[in-house]
Structures are given as C-alpha cells and as structure tokens.
Write a protein that binds this ligand. Structure first.
Ligand code: OOG
Ligand code: NI
Length: 467
C-alpha cells in the first residue's frame, strides 16, 4: 500500500470530512446522539449477519454527505475551486424552484470509481437566486449584505492559488494542514448574526432560506449525514429515544433490491443567536437551520428506471393526499409495480450494473465465438455483475428535507409541485454553470459510462469484439 501524499485529493477529502465531523459533533451535540444511534443499529444489523463493525473498512463510518447554502456567484466559484482540490466536482443539477425555494445547486462529489471507493463524501451545495426573490427591496438588501461578506480567509485563497498553480511535489504537508483548518472556518457556526434582528425578520418573511443564507458571517454546514445499514431501524430508534425525527423517510419504500436513496433526519434545532444591535449591545433571538440526517443508498437507476420512479412517487403522493392514508403504506403499495429482483431490473434495463470477468476466468483463456451475449456469460459464471451505487441526490427528497427543517412549518407538507417546463430548467442549469465557470457533469452520463466501460473491460479480457 502506497502512502498518500499530503495533497492527494482523496486524502485531503478524507481529512476534511473527519475534521468537519468533529466540529459538527461539538457544535450540535444532538448530532452526536444520532451518530451513536447509527452505530448501535449498524452493529446489531451486522451481528445478525454474523459480522462486526470492525470487519468493515474504516471509511464506512465516515459521513457520506453534508450541505451548505451560498449567497453569491463569487462564493460559488471559490468553493468549486476549493472542492476541486479535495477531488469533488459539480455533478447533477438540482432546481429547487420547483419546490418553492429561491435556490438551485449541484453536488460536489468524486467522479471516478476509484475516488468513490476511497471516500464518496459529497457536499450538496445550493446558491441563492436573487431573481426569485419577489420583493425588489429584499433582493437589494440581501445582495448588499452579501457583497461585503468574506467567507474565505486570505490565507485560504493563497493556498487555493498555490494548489492550482504549483506542482504537487512543491506543496508542503504543513500547508495541507492549514488548508483544512482554514476551510473549516467557512462551515463553522456563528451564534452572532451580522445583521440586526429587524433585518433578519424582514429576510425571513421573504423566505426562511434567504435569512439563513444572508444573515451569518459563515456558510454554516446545515447538516452532516452518515450512512446506515438499516434506515428503518434508525428512524424507529430516533423516535424511541425522543429525538425530534421527521415523520417519514424520504425516497423509495423499503425493498429487497434497494434503489436510489432513502434518507431521514431529526428536525433542525432552534438556536440562540445574538443579532447586531446599537453600540456593542447584541439583541437576542433564535434561528432554526441545523440538523442531523442519515442515508441509505441503493442502486443507480437508468433513465427508464428514473422515469418509473418519478411516476410512481407522484402517484403515491397524490393518492395519500386524496385518501389521507398513511403515506408509508401507500408508497409501499404503489411501488409494488417497481420490479424488485436484480435479474429483472437488469434485463429490463432499469438499473445500472458493473460487470466483471470472474477471477478464475481472467487468465483461463476461455474460448468463445466472436460475439456472445452478456446473458450467456453471466449464466455460465464467466462474468459477474453488481448494481452500481447511486451517488447523487433526489430533488423531491431534498425538498422534503428542506421543508422539515425550516422551523415552524409542518413536516410532510412539501408541495410536490409539477416540474416546470424542461426549457426553463435547462436555462437555469446553464446559468448555474456560468456562475460556476465550469460545466456540471450529468450523473446519468457517469453511470452510463461506468457500465459501458465495465462491459468493454470484459470484452478485452475475454478477447471478444462485442458482447
Ligand atoms: C440541502 C438539502 C438536500 C439531501 O440530503 O437531500 C440534502 C439543504 O437543506 O440545504 O442534503
Ligand atoms: Ni442531506
């Protein structure tokens, strides 16, 4: 095993998430309790399979994602430069307008199979869209306050410049340490608002997200999310231990063949904040933004698989609204239509798979005619396959998470508004790319590529021209 160099992006990302996790646990003790619950549930789950938590690689216990909300183009550009140094790049476009939020965003995440294997940590990053702030006075107020905010320390900017221009051999360990400590400052919570209470309330009235983004000196991380092996058990345990859990788990229902992403959270805490006041007197108030979440990931679905998911989800939402029935039960019932068998999911091309030549067949010099079908190779055990993990987010689930964490609003009330026209979404996606100064990779393209590369790899190893 080769020692990673201090500026190796995957290594930096791992150091970063460790540091972030430590900081957040100190800041939000309830988050520490959620992590303990996850630990306990996973230990029990593994025991029932005759395994131990210590049998799993240590990265298993690293958080899988976090989220921040930014205010300006300048902030978005700089964060994308910083995340690139940690091996995270914009993948997927999320238009939160359809859920009534004046925001859109992307997930900064590793893109290669190897980086994902080392540490898949990603940051769901949104940015305010002033054009969606309806009151011109509030828009002006927000823009003005944000224009003087400095999220990034001068030292951090210096290090980002260095990392981008110097050969990694000329970058020193000590500077990598500083990069981590200076980065943490961006995500740290400040219980001191940069604006007077009155300004805060005006912005909050426009939209609670606008106040959350504009009124603080940092882009506080609003949640971190470990993974779990049994999200239903975590949800039950949160409720049993009296944590303020969300009413229901977002995403598909529990299935034999897990697809996409299921997630739940405890609701954001109401925290004391001192607002700017006359002279050096602060005025006390509160703000609700930070919470803890947990996720369980399943397989990445194809376009066809995603369409079926969206149709069924919309159907389930409509049905449970109309019949006022338990939404979990309705979801389960409606999703009975979604095949729940890996071979069926593969044959119907609903899920992406990663193909591999079976180990004992690699050097075996199998003799095949020019073109054999993948199905036959699988059946004969020459090739194996496994579903590709979904590494992205679900906009409707994100909207549900957002809504349950605004404070004061009722959970589950997310209006699942119909998607705006595709044209409009395309245009705002292009605008976000312009803002980032880089293109946003399509997540579907990545899965597609991973699958077809794995097929090509099999072809080469088996000396076949076409499977
Ligand atoms: C981000 C919510 C999105 C998820 O898991 O879907 C998200 C936010 O509240 O800023 O993290
Ligand atoms: Ni999240």
């Amino acid at each position: 095993h080769e020692e990673p160099t201090p500026w190796d992006p995957d290594h930096l990302r791992t150091r970063f998430v460790r540091a972030l996790s430590d900081m957040y646990r100190t800041e939000v003790p309830l988050y520490g309790r959620l992590v303990d619950i996850v630990h306990q549930v996973d230990t029990t789950t593994l025991q029932s399979r005759g395994q131990n938590l210590s049998d799993l690689p240590s990265r298993f216990q690293l958080e899988r994602h976090g989220a921040i909300r930014l205010g300006t183009q300048q902030e978005m550009r700089t964060i994308s430069r910083l995340f690139a140094i940690m091996g995270m790049f914009p993948v997927g476009y999320y238009d939160l307008k359809m859920a009534g939020f004046p925001l859109h965003g992307t997930a900064f995440r590793p893109r290669t199979e190897e980086s994902l294997r080392k540490n898949p940590f990603r940051v769901f990053t949104t940015v305010l869209r002033p054009d969606l702030v309806s009151s011109p006075a509030v828009r002006e107020m927000a823009t003005c306050i944000l224009s003087s905010r400095q999220l990034f320390s001068p030292r951090l900017i210096e290090l980002i410049n260095q990392a981008e221009t110097l050969d990694s051999a000329n970058l020193i360990t000590q500077d990598a340490d500083t990069l981590i400590t200076e980065s943490l400052k961006i995500f740290k919570w400040h219980s001191r608002s940069s604006v007077p209470l009155e300004t805060y309330l005006t912005l909050k009235k426009e939209h609670p997200m606008v106040a959350d983004i504009v009124c603080f000196p940092s882009a506080h991380i609003n949640h971190l999310t470990p993974r779990t092996l049994d999200i239903d058990a975590v949800q039950a345990e949160m409720i049993a231990q009296g944590l303020p859990a969300k009413e229901s788990i977002e995403g598909p229902p529990a299935r034999k063949c897990e697809i996409l992403l299921r997630q739940t959270s405890f609701k954001a805490l109401e925290e004391r904040v001192s607002f700017a006041g006359g002279a050096d007197h602060g005025v006390d108030g509160t703000h609700t933004a930070r919470f803890g979440e947990v996720e369980q990931r399943g397989a990445a679905v194809t376009r066809k698989g995603r369409e079926l998911y969206d149709v069924l989800l919309a159907k389930a939402v409509r049905r449970s609204e109309k019949e006022d029935k338990d939404s979990d039960a309705v979801l389960k019932e409606i999703f009975a239509e979604y095949p729940d068998d890996w071979e069926v999911l593969r044959k119907e091309r609903l899920v992406y798979f990663r193909y591999r030549v079976a180990e004992d067949k690699v050097a075996g010099g199998c003799k095949f005619e020019e073109s054999v079908h993948m199905d036959r190779l699988l059946k004969e055990g020459v090739v194996t396959c496994e579903p590709i993990t979904y590494e992205d987010f679900l906009p409707f689930s994100a909207a549900g998470i957002f809504t349950s964490n605004l404070g004061g609003e009722k959970d589950g009330g997310t209006e699942r508004k119909l998607q705006k026209t595709e044209e409009e979404s395309k245009r705002s996606r292009v605008r976000l790319e312009e803002l980032l100064g880089r293109t946003i990779t399509s997540e579907i393209d990545l899965y597609d590529e991973l699958q077809s590369d794995s097929v090509k790899e099999c072809e080469t190893l088996l000396g076949l021209s076409q499977i």
